[in-house]
Design a binder for this molecule. Sequence first.
Ligand SMILES: Cc1cc2nc3c(=O)[nH]c(=O)nc-3n(C[C@H](O)[C@H](O)[C@H](O)COP(=O)(O)OP(=O)(O)OC[C@H]3O[C@@H](n4cnc5c(N)ncnc54)[C@H](O)[C@@H]3O)c2cc1C
Length: 500
Amino acid sequence: MASESPPGASGAVAGAGANVAAALIGRFQKICGTEHVITHPHDLHAYRSDGLTHFQVMPAVAVLPNSAEEVQAVVRACHAARVPWVARGAGSGLSGGALPVADGVLLVLTRMNRILEVDLDNHLVVVEPGVTNTAVSAAVGPHFFYPPDPSSQTVCTIGGNVAENSGGAHCFKYGFTTNYVLGLDVVLTDGEMVTLGGHGEVDVPGYDLLGAFVGSEGTLGVATRITLRVIPTPEHTRTLVAFFGSVVAASAATSAVVAAGLTPCAIEMMDALSIAASEQMAHAGWPAEAGAALLVEFDGTLADCEAGFAELKAICVDTGSTQIRVARTAAERSVFWKMRKSAFPAAGRISGRYYVQDGVIPRTRLPEVMARVEELGAEHGLKVANVFHAGDGNLHPMVCYAGPDEAARAEKVATLILQACLDAGGSITGEHGVGVDKKGYMPRMFDEPDLAAFQKLRCAFDPDGLANPGKVMPTPRLCGEVPGPNRVHPLEAAGLAERF
Ligand SMILES: Cc1cc2nc3c(=O)[nH]c(=O)nc-3n(C[C@H](O)[C@H](O)[C@H](O)COP(=O)(O)OP(=O)(O)OC[C@H]3O[C@@H](n4cnc5c(N)ncnc54)[C@H](O)[C@@H]3O)c2cc1C
């Protein structure tokens, strides 16, 4: 998680607003109970940012509903009062997606954490949005599992995963959240409840609004009931870690594995800095002199695993691996994964502050782009730790910095890394979303007609611009061709538009 920047370092910090009328707060208290409506600044402090603490805004109020009906009533009240709101799951997002709007309402969904139905005959599970990612696999295990596995999986919610179309280590083989969401109940911004998609039994005709909602970052409504596909747990798993002299060498190995047509379920990379940081948490005893580690896993039948494993080892040797360790027991495998999954939090052990970036490149360009990342860090005198989904070409450089003076430099390096991804034919985000952090990059990827098409969709769901305003799109665009007195964006009305 990005560590905390001092207010004003180079992110946005805003104070709590006072425009949410007492009457509206009273309405929320009636709907959710007084103890679930938070207005005291001390208590609101915990909600002022998501995992990207670079940006901080105090909401006017945080409301914690306990049912779809309560969500509906809260959203309806906001609509009637024309007050903007932001949905929030666990707040583990890394792009400022759940950053509150000052003078707005934060709709926190963590109390809605019930598993509603487990239907293994149909490979389905139905959950509320506040259920954590790991709780889904726990509910259907040991014979089934839910494949998308963000490293934050013990805390992040399925609602947040849906809104971000989250990925994880095993998405190389299994795909992303969007490949597992079958149906959603969604509270629209006027408080109406709609069902998108189905319950998995039948193909649903009509426009694919479910597809549009997944990855929409809380801008189209609130998901209150989520039907997910789960799949049978593979019979066998084989895991190894191959060490290389450098990230560039490990990148070449990754490209070779993909080019050979192998389909491991995960190909994850850690550089020397990440290994050093994670070692302090996982104590795996990985070689301190290694320049990079490639964690690769196969699953399926024993024969498939063994065949893939043999070819993989040969590729690693051919591409210069200095050492290969195979997990011989489940405990060893779990230590390997602990090294990988603790890399973000462990980065706090090597740097007080860091800026996490999330970009994508074609896998064949890994060696050259990773060399460029190294170069950029050196040019600007900052360390960059790397831990990422190498198989997906999804980079997560963590630009380390020491204090306010270096914050702007760190942000610059992060921006240049993203530009390098775009120059290599990649994308500005692989899984963390656009949020507030990257909306300024949208015009670098999309031209004006593309952005206008996005905006038309957004306005169709949210004509008043109340749902997570100021996120995803580069500016607070207005719904409708010409802004008029009846079409003033709520952020503009509150004099806050310039913040976004
Ligand atoms: C240590 C660490 C590791 C991580 N690893 C990964 C990883 O491997 N892969 C990955 O993809 N991400 C990763 N992330 C990022 C983050 O965990 C994911 O984006 C996650 O899906 C966010 O879930 P959340 O519940 O915390 O959502 P939040 O951060 O609370 O919200 C995220 C977005 O979802 C919206 N939202 C939340 N709930 C709803 C709802 N019910 N309806 C509509 N919109 C909603 C919010 O408005 C916001 O835009 C990591 C984060 C950390 C801190």
